[in-house]
Structures are given as C-alpha cells and as structure tokens.
Design a protein around this ligand. Structure first.
Ligand SMILES: [Fe+2]
Ligand SMILES: [Fe+2]
Length: 160
C-alpha cells in the first residue's frame, strides 16, 4: 500500500462545522455503496467461476462487467474523497486524521490492483488465472472497506 499522501488528499480536509444527523446521512450512502460494490463483486466471482468451468454463455462479457465495476469503484472513491465525507471526520476528530489519510491514499492502489485482472481478460490462455487474481483484488478491497467501517464506528463512538 502507498504511504505517500497526495496534496489532493490533504486539501480535502475541511474546517469543522458538522451536524451529527447530516454526517450520519452521508455515511449511510457510503455504507450502501459498499453493499452495491459487494453485489457487483459477487457477479464477477460467479462469472469467473462459470468461465473456469466452461459454463459461461456466449453473451457473457466479463470485460464489460469488470469495466462496470471499475467505473462504480471510481465513483465511490470520488464520493469518499469529497471533503464532505471522510474529510469531515478528520476535521471534526483530528485524532482520526491519520487513518483517514491512509485510507484515501489506498484508493489509487486499489484502482491499480484491477489492472492485472483486466490484462488477464485480454488473453484467453490466462482465463485460469482469473479466479485467483479476482480473489486477491477482492481481499484487498475488503480489507480497505473493513477499515473504513471500523473508522466510521470509532468516529460515531467518539461523538456519542
Ligand atoms: Fe475508500
Ligand atoms: Fe469505501
């Protein structure tokens, strides 16, 4: 994981002026997007299993599904990087700022971690690698999202 914090991430830290109800609403959006991304990951897992077992239909397009996931993940990260989201936590609770910046810095690593999967999709001879490449990526993303969920819990505990 990258340890370099970009200027873009530092700039996303706003001044504190936050209503608890508004914050809760914002983070329920983040959590519901985690669930939506999880559903897309399940579709990818099933399609890669079908490809491996020769069960995938002729209209299956794993490249399109991975590209759809990549777009949704980029949108999700952009939302989190908006100053109204994780930046709010860092501004409101400075003791959590280090973890916020660490998580935001992981976003580019995660986008890059999709590249080996997309490269393998371009080569029919590498189809047998898809499941393991996918599982590696999914575990990396799960670890990230678990840390985000833990950060949100800690934040709300501190506020209560
Ligand atoms: Fe994130
Ligand atoms: Fe997230």
């Amino acid at each position: 994981m990258a340890s370099i914090i970009s200027r873009r991430h530092v700039k996303c830290i706003p001044r504190p002026s936050v209503e608890p109800a508004a914050i809760f609403g914002r983070f329920s959006t983040v959590l519901s997007e985690h669930a939506d991304l999880g559903a897309l990951l399940d579709r990818m897992r099933d399609l890669f299993a079908d490809l491996r077992e020769g069960r995938a239909g002729p209209t299956s397009d794993p490249g399109q599904l991975v590209e759809e996931f990549r777009r949704e993940l980029r949108k999700h990260f952009t939302l989190e990087e908006n100053e109204q989201y994780f930046g709010t936590i860092a501004a409101d609770r400075p003791e959590l700022k280090g973890e916020v910046l660490r998580l935001l810095a992981e976003h580019e690593d995660l986008m890059g971690a999709l590249a080996p999967l997309q490269a393998a999709l371009q080569e029919p001879a590498r189809r047998t690698e898809l499941t393991s490449l996918f599982e590696t990526f999914r575990e990396q993303l799960r670890t990230h999202e678990r840390a985000e969920n833990a950060l949100l819990r800690e934040y709300f505990d501190l506020r209560s």
